[in-house]
Each structure stands twice: as structure tokens, then as C-alpha cells.
Design a protein around this ligand. Sequence first.
Ligand code: ATR
Length: 273
Amino acid sequence: MSDRYVVIGNPVAHSKSPLIHACFAKQCHQQLVYDRLQPAQDGFSPAVFELIAGGAKGANVTVPFKQDAWRLATSLSERATVAEAVNTLSFKQGEIVGDNTDGVGLTRDIVDNLGINLVGKRVLLLGAGGAVRGVLLPLLALAPAQLVIANRTIDKATVLARQFSAYGDVVGGSYVDLAGQSFDVVINGTSASLSDALPPVPAGVFASGSLAYDMMYGKALTPFLYFAQSQGVATLADGLGMLVEQAAEAFMIWRGVRPQTAPVLQMLREQMV
Ligand code: ATR
């Protein structure tokens, strides 16, 4: 019988993970099945125990269960511990092993796919929710000169910056504080794009030659990327590359082989037009 994996979320019907992992499995000649699971909002733990009882080998975890997965795991990687969120579970030898591949998905997309080196760069992260917490450690590991977190609710940004201060030069504050500052890389980690909104980022934050990155993706430019384009930013990227890269890292954890991401990313882009 093929090894079984699932993506657990609510809602989960839209998830591209089954398609991505099917492509990886084919490419790497791995026998596995990968499907979707949508427990009730309060039904995460029983769903995982049922999966384990049925012999499943692992799961990807998406909204709104990443913190439930972090609590349920019996052992955690450092990046999952620090993120306080888990997007990849492995079931082995009675353990529920939790990892978080979101951050490395983002940094691989920026460094390997977009060819941008973050060493010594000024990086601005918009938002201070779960998505931002999940990417802070891998971003700081790339040794930017400074990482600034700006959030509507200022306290959340300052608390996050304090919590991560041991890992690099990280400062938290408001959008207003950004006036007069510019950055080499500006990453939208807010959920504003979901409601077609633009975070209140002041004009002038984009340094010349900067990258604007939105962790969300869609058919059209997100409001943030549209704004960046209107400010003259030439390098725009959405979160589709991050999605494929976080999946590749999960696949590597489960199967011990690293799939090629470029053809899968290209296939998804072609499907979206
Ligand atoms: P996620 O897990 O996707 O990060 P979250 O933890 O609910 O979701 O966090 C959402 C983030 O998007 C928060 O930083 C939120 O700002 P607040 O903390 O001030 O609520 C931010 N956000 C959502 N909509 C926004 C908008 N229209 N403008 C600016 N920030 C927004």
C-alpha cells in the first residue's frame, strides 16, 4: 500500500498541496497518496489521531490549525518551536514530529528563485500575525542589516521584535514610523490582500532596485504589489513560489529527497492564467 499524507485545513478545498505533492512524487518516483482533510474547527486533534491509527505517515497543516499542530506535536524542530506554529507533521515511532517549513519556503524563493541575497540588506516585514512569526527566524538567519516589523496594532510588532532580538537586529513599530525610511526588500505578511486591502505603508519605503514580495498570491497583482509597481518597483513577487518551496521542504522531510521546484511552479502559474 502507498504511504498516505494529507493537508489538514478548514476550508481546504482550494489547497494546491495535493497537486504539488503529486507532481513531486511523480518527479521523484515516490509511491504515495496525498489528499485533503477538513475537520471541524475544534476537531483537529481527533482527526490527527484517526490519521495515525489509519497508518498515515504525515500531514501538512494550514489555516486555522497551525497552532493546534504546534500544541499537539510531541517533538518540535527549533524553527517550529520559535514560530509557535507547525505546518508539517511526521508520524513515526509513536511520535508526532512538528516542523515549520513556511519560513524556509520564503527564503528559498527569495534567495534561490529570485536570486536576491539578503546579507546586509534592510528588510521590512508588514504584519505581526502568525504568518510573520513563522518566517522571522529563517529571515534573520540570512543576516540582513536590519529587519523592521510594522503592524497596525503596534504592540504586536514590538513584542515580536523583542522575542526575536536574540537572532539579529530586529525592530518593531507602526506604519507611521516608516516615514522617511527605505528598504531593499519589503514583504507583505499581513492578511490584507484577502480582503483586497492595502496595508497603510507610506510611499517612499521602497529603495531603488528593491524587491516587493507578497506572501499571498492570486491571478492578478495583489493591492500591495500593485502599489509597489506604481511606486516604480521593478521586482514584484507573490507567494506562489513560497508555497511550492515550503511543500518541497516538507517532501524532503518525509521522503528524504528534494524535488525540483521550478517545473511545478511553472505549471501552477500556467494554470492560474
Ligand atoms: P496570519 O496567520 O495570516 O498572519 P493573523 O495572525 O490574523 O493571520 O494576522 C493578520 C495580520 O494582518 C495582522 O498583522 C493584522 O494586523 P493587526 O495585528 O493590526 O490586526 C494584519 N492585517 C490584516 N488586515 C490588515 C489591513 N487591512 N491593513 C493592515 N494590516 C492588516
